[in-house]
Design a protein around this ligand. Sequence first.
Ligand SMILES: [Zn+2]
Length: 394
Amino acid sequence: MITLPAYDRDPYLKALETRILRVGQDRDRPFALLEETILYPEGGGQPADFGFLGVVPVVDVQKREGELRHYLAAPAEVGPTRVVLDWERRFDHMQQHTGQHLLTALAQDRFGWSTTAFHLGESRCDIELGTEALDPERMEELENAVAEAIRENRRVSSRWLTAQDYAALKVRSRGLPEGHVGDIRLVEIEGLDLNTCGGTHLRSTAEVEVIKLLGTEPIRGGTRLFFVAGQRARKRMSAHEQRNAALRVLLGAPDEELVAGVEAKLAQLQASERRLRRLEEQLVEALVGAWAADSEPVQDHHLEGQDGAFLGRVARELVAVAPAKVAFLTGEHESQATFVLAAGSEAGIDLATLGATIAALLDGRGGGRAPIFQGKVGSLKGRALASAAMRQSC
Ligand SMILES: [Zn+2]
């Protein structure tokens, strides 16, 4: 006779009076062993349950060294306790997991696609199918077949069998773990599926509520099929709706036109960027032309709205075409002021020394290599002083 964990006998049990038999530490994590438990340990693709032992949160449950360890947020003491299940989390897992059984059974029966793996993720789940890419029509067919099985409200049950009885049954199985000995747990969806599984399941397919297939991804030797079941599907739908509502306001368009609206905006943005680049080139050309032609050897300008990259480009081009000139440019773009000092090859100034003086007067810092010294400005209040310092050394 096997003593079953309480979660195995009744996966709907949400609280249980029991005892902490032993406590321990696994690395830095305190854990407790219970006389009996309703908390499912991670396994078979299903994540561990969360819950409470008394007031202490249970943050993980794992099978380790033949024990069922409840990992705790704080140490607990041996003695009577009440274990409470995080039911919302568990019910979600039961919906995804039972949904997976349905999906696996129907993918096999209707299409001959066998399931080789199952992952229950935080936001979506997937099964790996031993088939090449699924086209949208087949996916819709599969989704419809699953919806029908949900509507049929088929009973889901589990039972234990001896290895002997198991051998005599025709069971769809992902295979027993290597070296498995002893009795075997079977999970049955009435009239649809018989499978070996140790997880927690719903009572009926109706409790799955809905399964929505999300898409596929090729993997080596098969296809990964993403899906969500139950409450997750509804939550996902709510998130989609909220997102669409925000997009409808932003784009001033109905749902059907959102994609076209974004495409049009992106095309506009690209056209604007091309135009901006042309204008920038024309502006550089115009400034360099005007300043090069000016008789004043020191070109000292503030360009509001321009960043360091633009200042550097103008200054570099100016001293290249007018090597006797010195340029001192400042600009401010998105609350960051920058400065550039540039000296042509015939200007005859000590760029590094003058650059450091100017950086200090502007409460900033900078550096560079001839013909450019540039940096960030802490405050433009010192600009007039910096101007004067520069004129003195030119
Ligand atoms: Zn299962």
